[in-house]
Design a protein. Structure first.
Lengths: 295, 439
């Protein structure tokens, strides 16, 4: 195809390559190459200080035979079930409210966006105290002695609550942008035809905002599958519920950096990547059924 | 237009290149060394030592950098892989063998040969020297400090319950009795036994005549009768109404509970005492220190230390430098100075830690000079008489977290203690054998 390009166009092409080079190089050096290395090290035993010994599929055999690993996989899936639907529904609700004609709209938008500005470590620290069994404010209000973070039954739920709380703001802002792109004339026209608020929401708002909703869904699901920081900061190493709440990424951290078993850790990462890939593929297939790209 | 954009691009590239060069060159001709530590409270002491060194060597500048414990090891390992380790850094017994056996640390055995060939033997205890030695018996760090665990108790709660303060002859039974009385009279917790090794079950296992590792560090001793006795006593304390359960400790550290006056006693490391005095001004004078209680009837065997049921765990750090560091020779000269009486005394007087250098230990008392309320510091120095060296072998990084998981499962009621101990024994033996086979 180069034959048809004029000299000027060729020059332009060269400049094009030059301009995107920083991004491409960055992507290859920082994302693609480490991925290849991770894939390789998942077939190796880490001897220490970056020296590896090839051991074939042993890490995967160990991994699939380990109950802790399956527990972590389930914890991750369970965490997604808890956070994604609720989180996105709440974010949409907040976006709708912020899009309506309310007083102090700017103030509310700021408030909902605030969790995103806070350092995650600070958020986790404050929530740890809120959840504290003996002295926490939540149990004071509820009047019970629920061991939020240390009871295996509630530990994942506690982390999910914090996760939803801290992600609503971001998702709501994205959805708000989507909502504001819907032309007002659609609502006017449907109003003249006698459509009520509920009908307008399902027939106009939802289809029109569905592309944004789809992006938010994909991003939220990926973020939830990679949950690590909140668990790391909220659960102590001696927490008796740790194995009941640890996610795949937390298990990876413990294997790779606490126990120094980087080969095994890499195998966990590859498994997680596979899971995310699968879920994302399913979503892209599913989107044809509910995402509207043009009216 | 095109010319302009090309000029702009060229300018940007030039600026970027210049800024890169700017990073790597320093304005002066001095040698800049980095000194990495993990305890921000010891920074003033480390800085004072560096200042004393640079006063004698004006051509050297040392930058003391403090980070958190967990980040420290992630960073240090990554920097070791790329041979960009800090010029001087602290080494911990948990990790020393891993680094030393892999050839990452400079051998400092002959460092003082020009001064005195027996320098280490004369000025540092056997435990201190052992804590800085690799598997080959060579020294890979200059001993920095030594520590031990002690009993911290709340005097007001003892008074309120009309119980006399812990004495040197206190036994486990006295500990339990006092805890029960305090709980009955005040409603507060007694002794808070939490899931910890150095400041927890290790002490009790050795007091009972047991051992975690054999003396040659090749085999575990979790199922040794003495160890089992110690572990049973320690772990089962959480079943008493006067001791909180592990779910409580997972949210509220024993120190936090103690200084919020929720509990009367817990095990603390001497290295934390200065900051506890500083951080809890309203508690000063209300608490004091005692020796660890002893086991009245230890189960002795060949591996036992035969110390009349007494034991406390003593760990120690050392100063190391990379085996192939770019500024190795200067770094070695600095850590050589850190091992002198003068530098060790500066460390002590600044309240950083108890110096490893024999004869300088008591300089650490200066850390408590700012406070009118006095602690019974004597017991810390007396406890060194029956201190047990911190427990580790070259496979420690592998088995430590796995052993912790097993014990956590015991505390959570997911398995009984004996099953847990058998699992721990198996884990440590397997990992250790694997490591020994690799070497």
């Amino acid at each position: 195809m180069n034959k048809k390009l004029s000299a000027a166009a060729k020059r332009e092409e060269r400049w094009g390559w030059f301009m995107i080079a920083p991004t491409i190089i960055g992507l290859v050096v920082l994302n693609l190459w480490p991925f290849v290395q991770t894939l390789y090290s998942s077939f190796c035993e880490h001897l220490g200080f970056g020296h590896y010994k090839f051991i074939g599929l042993q890490n995967y055999k160990d991994m699939f035979g380990n109950t802790e690993f399956w527990k972590a996989t389930w914890n991750t899936v369970y965490f997604c079930i808890l956070t994604v639907p609720v989180g996105i529904a709440l974010a949409l609700l907040v976006a709708l409210l912020l899009n309506a004609h309310v007083k102090f709209k700017g103030g509310f938008r700021t408030i909902f966006f605030l969790p995103l500005v806070c350092a995650p470590a600070a958020i986790a620290m404050v929530w740890r105290w809120i959840f504290n069994t003996e002295y926490g404010i939540l149990n004071q209000i509820l009047g019970g002695k629920i061991q939020w973070i240390t009871d295996p039954k509630t530990a994942v739920l506690a982390v999910a609550i914090v996760s939803v709380w801290s992600s609503i703001g971001y998702d709501a802002v994205l959805l708000l942008a989507g909502l504001q792109n819907i032309p007002g004339t659609l609502y006017e026209a449907s109003g003249l035809d006698g459509a009520g608020k509920v009908r307008q929401f399902f027939s106009i708002t939802l289809p029109m905002v569905s592309p944004t909703l789809f992006s938010v869904l994909i991003m939220r699901l990926m973020a939830s599958m990679k949950i690590y920081d909140l668990i790391y900061m909220m659960a102590d190493e001696t927490n008796p519920a740790l194995t009941d709440m640890q996610s795949l990424m937390y298990l990876f951290y413990r294997s790779s950096f606490v126990a120094g078993d980087r080969g095994y850790g890499s195998a966990i990462v590859i498994w997680t990547v596979g899971l995310i890939l699968l879920v994302t593929l399913v979503q892209f297939q599913g989107q044809k059924k509910w995402v509207t790209y043009d009216v | 237009m095109r010319k302009l954009s090309r000029m702009t691009a060229a300018t940007i590239v030039l600026v970027l290149l210049l800024s890169l060069i700017g990073c790597s060159s320093s304005a002066d001709k001095k040698t800049h060394l980095t000194f990495q530590i993990w305890d921000v409270y010891q920074r003033p002491g480390m800085q004072a030592m560096c200042d004393a060194y640079t006063a004698k060597h004006p051509d050297v500048v040392i930058d003391v950098q403090a980070t958190s414990w967990s980040e420290y090891w992630t960073k240090l390992e990554a920097s070791a892989e790329s041979n960009t380790m800090p010029d001087i850094f602290w080494m911990h017994t948990n990790q020393l063998l891993y680094y030393a056996d892999f050839g990452m640390l400079a051998d400092v055995t002959d460092l003082y040969d020009d001064v005195d060939p027996n320098y280490y033997e004369e000025h540092f205890t056997e435990i201190s020297r052992s804590n800085a030695s690799g598997s080959d018996g060579r020294l890979y760090g200059v001993p920095k400090d030594k520590d031990n665990g002690l009993l911290v108790y709340n005097k007001e709660m003892f008074d309120a319950a009309d119980v006399s303060y812990p004495t040197d002859d206190w036994t486990w039974e006295d500990l339990a009795d006092a805890s029960q009385k305090i709980h009955d009279k005040t409603g507060k917790y007694g002794f808070m036994a939490y899931n910890d090794d150095q400041l927890g079950y290790w002490c009790f296992a050795y007091q009972a005549g047991g051992h975690i590792l054999t003396a040659d560090r090749t085999k575990a001793g979790y199922t040794n009768p003495g160890t089992v006795k110690g572990m049973e006593f320690y772990v089962n304390m959480q079943k008493e109404d006067w001791c909180p359960g592990q779910t409580y400790f997972a949210e509220t550290a024993p120190g936090t509970a103690f200084f919020s006056e929720e509990g009367a006693m817990y095990l603390e490391g001497n290295w934390n005492l200065p900051q506890l005095m500083e951080n809890y001004p309203e508690m000063r004078g209300k608490w004091d220190l005692a020796k660890l209680p002893k086991c009245a009837d230890p189960i002795e065997d060949d591996e036992s230390l035969d110390q009349d049921g007494r034991a406390t765990i003593s760990n120690g750090l050392c100063y190391s430098t990379a085996a192939h560091g770019k500024k190795r020779d200067i770094a070695l000269d600095v850590i050589k100075y850190f091992g002198t009486e003068e530098a060790q005394r500066i460390q002590g007087e600044n309240g950083a830690a108890i110096p490893a250098y024999i004869g300088c230990e008591e300089s650490w008392r200066a850390a408590f000079d700012p406070y009118d309320e006095k602690l019974n510091l004597d017991i810390i120095f007396e406890q060194f008489d029956y201190a047990v060296q911190a427990i580790y072998n070259s496979a420690s990084p592998k088995w430590k977290s796995l052993v912790l998981d097993e014990l956590t499962n015991v505390y959570a009621g997911k398995q009984d203690l004996m099953t847990g101990l058998e699992n721990m024994e198996r884990i440590v033996n397997t990992e250790t054998a694997k490591k020994l086979a690799d070497q």
